[in-house]
Design a protein. Structure first.
Length: 132
């Protein structure tokens, strides 16, 4: 069974166009990082009155998946990744690094449609689906 962590980008793409998650094997063990719920929740908060109900319903559906919480194990990996970025002079988005740390700490592969924030992250496996 493939252990996958869904990045916000792939979920946004799936919500907008549908079908991206259908490409993931049915027997995959899917999860999301809690920071992803915050990112999707921001989209709900910023949505127009017309789009807000659908976005809120999608967030509720995604929130029912298993969650990878920012715990001590994720924090330790996050610290290592932050230090690596500083040493190499390769800035990363704060949320992307938390998602990467969540995946590494729980032995999962990040599924994304926007791999820019995940390129060359040590010990991280990435599966590109769709793409920007």
């Amino acid at each position: 069974m493939t252990r996958l962590l869904l990045d916000t980008s792939v979920l946004v793409d799936d919500e907008r166009s549908g079908g991206l998650l259908a490409r993931i094997p049915e027997d995959a063990d899917l999860a999301v990082a809690t920071i992803t719920l915050a990112e999707l929740g921001t989209g709900v908060e910023l949505a127009s009155a017309r789009h807000r109900p659908a976005r809120a319903a999608y967030l509720e559906e995604i929130g029912a998946l298993p969650l990878v919480h920012y715990d001590a194990d994720v924090a330790a990996v996050h610290a290592r990744l932050l230090a690596d970025c500083q040493r190499r002079g390769t800035p990363r988005g704060a949320h992307d690094l938390i998602i990467a740390a969540s995946a590494i700490a729980t032995d999962r592969t990040v599924v994304t449609s926007d791999p820019g924030g995940f390129i060359d992250v040590p010990d991280l496996q990435v599966l590109l689906v769709g793409g920007h």
